[in-house]
Design a protein around this ligand. Structure first.
Ligand code: NAD
Length: 344
């Protein structure tokens, strides 16, 4: 077996904790990538992995991603991630959650957890009965992070317009939004208010059509939205949508949206540069949500949260400037900046 330290996703993680509670059947992995900037913060994912090693890869990879995201969001937080390895029936009992909460508590605040795929708000509340190291709870203020993410993405889209189109006056700028849920729908409202022309798509076609009617835009099919006749495309639904094929079809001058992990394999940033398309690295532009969720780390109020979100455009601009100066892609530059911030 390859030594743990030699696994491709191991990136000098400070601590990786294997949690096993035989009585409840809990198996979990808590990965602490970095505490350089503050407690390692990141969600708990409850997922059935056919191979447990895939859960390990997720914990290692996603915790590093959280280090980068929290650093680039300017937060006093490091990066961590927990994975609860569910059985094929996805059995989740109060006893398992209690055992997991004890494990989080045992780390003494080095790891702060939050909601992620497979965990409900009620699950997070139940964890919080046994440990205080839970962020994003209903009573902590902020509520749904979607609106905060949407505002940050709107500011990022404006920054992209300024750099790629030469103006951040959104009047008449055509923006194609893929997915008009919490983030994409909120973004559409800000853009409509600013006078942009909206091209909306959602797999729930009625949802896109209703919003287009309300805000005065048009709706198109989900297949057509990325290649729409637009100035800016804003992916706000799924990840991995920027592929060789989809990038070849993009007519817009910039891609700036809230979806996580937009580059299909991570290397498509180069294809965007080659086509002269400006790219806003996803974890930089969509940081509004995590900025709000992690508010209790330093007891930040709404004014401070909004001030942090207001800095997203400057961070994007710094990324684009360094990209232009060095020839590295925006995604590579963002990772490098994050690495510098966490002392790596
Ligand atoms: P949501 O579920 O509220 O909205 C997603 C929308 O996308 C839905 O309306 C859905 O019907 C639509 N959709 C799904 N597949 C689609 C497809 N193939 N084509 C077009 N539309 C499709 O989710 P959300 O909270 O708005 O999140 C959207 C994206 O932003 C996700 O990638 C999420 O990980 C990311 N994100 C969200 C937040 C947040 O605070 N909510 C923060 C950071 C990143």
């Amino acid at each position: 077996m390859t030594a743990f330290w030699n696994q491709p996703d191991f990136d000098d993680h400070e601590q990786v904790v294997f949690v096993r509670d035989a009585a409840s059947g809990l198996s979990a992995i808590i990965a602490i990538h970095s505490t350089h900037l503050g407690p390692a913060a990141g969600g708990t994912r409850f997922w059935h992995y056919v191979e447990p090693s895939a859960g390990m890869r997720d914990a290692l990879r996603l915790s590093r991603g959280m280090s980068y995201k929290n650093a680039m969001a300017g937060l006093p937080a490091g990066g961590g991630k927990a994975v609860i390895l569910a059985d094929s029936n996805r059995t989740k009992t109060p006893e398992m959650l209690a055992a997991f909460a004890r494990a989080v508590d045992g780390l003494g605040g080095q790891y702060i957890t939050a909601q992620d795929v497979g965990m409900s708000e009620a699950d997070m509340v139940s964890l919080s009965q046994r440990t205080t190291h839970v962020a994003g709870l209903p009573g902590q203020g902020g509520g749904d992070p979607g609106p905060y993410t949407a505002r940050g993405v709107y500011l990022g889209v404006k920054a992209a317009a300024k750099r790629a189109l030469g103006t951040d006056d959104m009047k008449g700028v055509r923006v194609a939004i893929q997915g008009v849920g919490s983030v994409g729908g909120g973004l559409a409202r800000y853009l409509a208010e600013a006078g942009a022309e909206l091209i909306l798509a959602d797999i729930d076609a009625a949802r896109a059509a209703a919003l287009a009617e309300e805000l005065g835009g048009i709706s198109v099919s989900t297949e057509a939205v990325l290649s729409a006749d637009a100035d800016i495309v804003s992916p706000c639904a799924l990840g991995a949508i920027l592929t060789e094929e989809s990038i070849a079809s993009i007519k817009a001058k910039a891609v700036a949206g809230g979806a996580n992990n937009q580059l299909a394999t991570g290397s498509e940033g180069r294809l965007l540069v080659d086509r002269g398309i400006l790219y806003a690295p996803d974890y930089v532009i969509n940081a509004g949500g995590i900025i709000s969720v992690l508010r209790h780390i330093d007891s930040a109020g709404d004014d401070e949260i909004n001030a942090r979100i207001d800095r997203i455009p400057d961070r994007l601009e710094a990324v684009w400037q360094e990209s232009a100066a060095t020839g590295a892609t925006p995604a590579e530059v963002a990772d490098r900046m994050a690495q510098r911030l966490i002392g790596r």
